[in-house]
Write a protein that binds this ligand. Sequence first.
Ligand SMILES: Cc1ncc(COP(=O)(O)O)c(C=O)c1O
Length: 423
Amino acid sequence: MYAGFAGSLVAMVSPSTSPGRSAFDASDRSALRRAYDTATAGLEAPLAIVDLQAFDDNLEMLAARANGRPIRVASKSIRCRYLLDRALSHPATAGVMAYSLPEALWLYRNQVSDDILVAYPTVDAAALRELAADAKACAVITVMVDSVDHLDLIDKVLGPGHPPLRVCIELDVSWRPLPRVHIGPRRSPVFTPREAATLARAVVARDGFRLVGLMGYEGQIAGVGDNDGNAVKSAVMRWIQRRSAAELTERRTAAVRAVRAIADLEFVNGGGTGSLETTTEDPSVTEVTAGSGLIGPTLFDAYSRFRPRPAVLFALPVVRKPAPSTATLFAGGYIASGPTGPSRQPSPYLPSGLKLTALEGAGEVQTPVVGRAARQLAIGDRVWLRHAKAGELAERFDRYHVVVGDKLEETVPTYRGEGVNFG
Ligand SMILES: Cc1ncc(COP(=O)(O)O)c(C=O)c1O
């Protein structure tokens, strides 16, 4: 239910107009276009940029919304060490939420953080062995479990007497208002405080594990916009999110109390970019997670509570004019993960007044765009686009060009540019 519902509720609406420190008024799209074109004039497109002022503004916005709770930075939504380092240098952030154990080990080896939570269970035997062989890594990295089967697998891979691994239990924080109705991501089988306590007891009863955290990601609030331009859908979404947040505060608080009676938890992690307001209302949560809010992809345009600035964009060159009203761009088919549909396509951003065609969408090698601005585009011009999600564009480009105003500051590698790929 979640995926289809979420997919239908997330839409692309107008771009950022939030105030910031940028030298360029973000609402003045032609000024932005001139700035980005000037900064990258000496580079060949396709290329991707980070608007550093937009990124920093987004960081400040997240810090304000986190209401004093430390923000763990979701690396999957960044996938660029330069940007991770920049986010982690802000006093409002603490630690990384990694998406795979090999990634966590790589971040640890590169000294990105000394507190890395792998937010998804791992069955990677080689990475588990690498972790267990390094006492310092074992002190820095926390792995996720949601069942005794995960403990069994780790024991089987590492054998008896393995060094203690830091473990976090994932709680299912979806909303189940009625039998067989599940609103939220399908993640953990641990739903009730009693189930959380049972698993906590199993962890502490075993040698080789140290229970340090509890995590729950309320994707039905954090990852689904409540302001997609359709008044009815938005009202329904707001109602669901209010109800879900109220139910969750009670259940998560009870689960945390039950687990704390068994183990001395270092942290209780919750939320994501879209839910900072409600997650921080829950007194049992000690830290929040955010990543997408730093980048400002199109899926995060549809929230009433905040509006990140588009901080990462990519430029494609116009290579053809098949008709006066159509400009065809090179490449561009960078479709985002999730329930596929229009919301997962990239969006033409600059100049304003362009859209993809329904028949071709964003193509493997060619992307036609139409709309009033297409008539003004000539072969060799650039169109700036936004990705639907925050981190996946970094899997398409080796480098991000760091732009401040209309200046190119430096060029930094993405994960892909560093030759690493973690799934
Ligand atoms: C466990 C977990 N926490 C938090 C987030 C939120 O990340 P972001 O702020 O980048 O949307 C996610 C996203 O999927 C997640 O899986």
